[in-house]
Design a protein around this ligand. Structure first.
Ligand code: K1U
Ligand code: ZN
Length: 173
């Protein structure tokens, strides 16, 4: 199957609140396979379902595969919820849906998340550092939020201007 296209800012689908996943069907298994393929192809360390146009509450994450000696070990989080957040960390984030831009974002430095895996089994994970940042970034996608909604109004408006110019130039051919 062809690679799933990544929805890009300012597509309104990125602002939708995603719906809980009910039964974990073969379609969901296929969607997760497609999302992992797209995440590694981009490349990225996470990808949420709304980024491939599916407004449902799941994401995939693999924060170690791109490190030296790192192996692919994707994890799926279905219907995730944070049980605990503490501390503060500032990380320079990027997003596959926000081309050509990165910015410092403040997040909780340690989190505990609960979700279901593809077998419907409950997972509870404690995370810190980049993994905690990435879990919060992906969860935001399910709430219709992007990292540029968490930076200053000035920085955001400069990015929006740059992006509009980029899209106008693409239109001109
Ligand atoms: O959700 C996404 O758009 C994926 C995004 C996740 C993320 C990155 C950085 C901080 C928080 C969340 C990305 O993967 S952007 C690409 C990226 O960071 C990366 C790509 C290859 C190797 C290492 C990092
Ligand atoms: Zn993102």
């Amino acid at each position: 199957m062809a690679l799933r296209e990544i929805v890009q800012f300012p597509d309104p689908r990125l602002k939708e609140i995603s719906q809980p996943v009910g039964e974990i069907t073969e379609e969901i298994h296929q969607l997760v396979r497609d999302m992992c393929e797209a995440m590694y192809d981009e490349p990225g360390i996470g990808l949420a379902a709304p980024q491939v146009g599916e407004a449902i509450r799941l994401f995939v994450i693999d924060t170690e595969w791109s490190e030296e000696g790192g192996e692919r070990c994707p994890q799926v989080m279905i219907n995730p919820e944070f049980l605990h957040k503490e501390g503060k960390i500032v990380w320079e984030e990027g997003c596959l849906s926000v081309p050509d831009y990165t910015a410092d974002v403040e997040r909780a430095s340690r989190v505990t998340i609960r979700a279901q895996d593809l077998d419907g089994k409950e997972i509870v994970e404690e995370a810190e550092g980049l993994r905690a940042v990435c879990l919060q970034h992906e969860f935001d996608h399910l709430e219709g939020k992007l990292f540029i909604d968490r930076i200053s109004r000035l920085k955001r408006s400069l990015y929006v201007k740059k992006r509009k110019k980029q899209l106008a130039e693409e239109d001109e051919g």
